[in-house]
Design a protein around this ligand. Structure first.
Ligand code: MLZ
Length: 279
């Protein structure tokens, strides 16, 4: 089971300062010295029992082009993940404290006693200057109460009537109508598990009605939206990406302004490797 973590990161380089070629999503680039950085990011960590947002300490594992590979301190490398250097999910040191968010310390350190200054001093890390954070905040198009069709991850064969129950930055909590919150999960608009209202009908797939629906076989979105006084999440917020030459099993839904979508030529301009379609 996955849960959403608001993670506090330390980007650190064991070999000391290195140079990062930084480019924004539009291809304009600059280069800067990165000794060690502390940032925050939201990420799902499987195999955790935690049920609420937490904060954790992470380490920079690699840099390619303008992308940063982040390692969650104390966890297996299999949870490493990539963010763009201009991601809105990474924040300067002290962000958590300033915004009154709980910080999950590195493994083995006490949550109540953890102190960034002490940690930076004892680890030799340096906090990154706030000027390195060129985040572009984008508003989440999903709003609390909006309806959608979502895969029940506990019963992956089921696509069910669902609602947006909470929103934090560009992530939102999927809740299944009239079910308890044990089925809930956090995701962003790029999740392959979420679809706009009407998707099942379009695909000729069954849609699981809300629990207790008087006539689950004859569920009609139009009536349900009216009865519940709710609106459908706009279908433009969901976009299906297909990778040229690859099986459709890799297809993913992405928000049209998702930070990992780039115009043709972006890799060349930013120095990021581009994988061509397989032959
Ligand atoms: N067999 C299960 C299915 C639950 C599906 C819930 N989907 C949100 C049950 O009836 O408990």
């Amino acid at each position: 089971d996955c849960f959403l973590l608001r993670l506090f990161l330390i980007l650190s380089g064991a070999e000391g300062p290195r140079r990062i070629q930084h480019s924004d999503s539009h291809g304009s680039s600059s280069s800067f010295q990165v000794p060690q950085l502390e940032v925050s990011v939201i990420q799902q960590i499987p195999e955790s029992n935690a049920s609420e947002c937490e904060e954790a300490v992470l380490v920079l594992a690699a840099v390619i082009g303008c992308r940063l590979r982040l390692h969650i301190d104390g966890y297996s490398e299999c949870y490493d993940f990539w963010v763009n250097a201009d991601s809105a999910d990474i924040k300067p040191a002290g962000w958590c404290k300033e915004h009154n968010h709980k910080l999950h310390p590195p493994k083995g350190q006490s949550e109540t006693e953890f102190d960034w200054q002490d940690h930076l001093q004892s680890s030799g890390y340096h906090a990154a200057p706030p000027t390195l954070f060129t985040c572009r905040s984008t508003d989440c198009e999903f709003q609390v109460g909006m309806k959608l069709e979502a895969v029940d991850k506990k019963n992956p064969g089921l696509v069910c009537v669902a609602s947006v129950a909470d929103v934090i930055d560009n992530r939102f909590l999927v809740h299944f109508d009239n079910w308890d919150d044990t089925y809930d999960y956090w995701c962003d608009s790029s999740s392959p598990y979420i679809h706009p209202v009407g998707w099942c009908e379009e695909q000729g797939r069954p849609l699981t009605a809300p629990q207790g629906h008087p006539s689950p076989e004859n569920f009609v979105w139009e009536d349900y939206l009216q009865e519940t006084g709710s609106t459908a999440a706009p279908s433009l917020a969901f976009t299906l990406i297909h990778y040229d030459g690859w099986s459709t099993q890799f297809d993913v839904w992405l928000d049209s302004d998702h930070c990992d979508l780039h115009p043709v030529g972006w890799c060349q301009r930013t120095g990021h490797p581009l994988e061509p379609p397989p032959v």
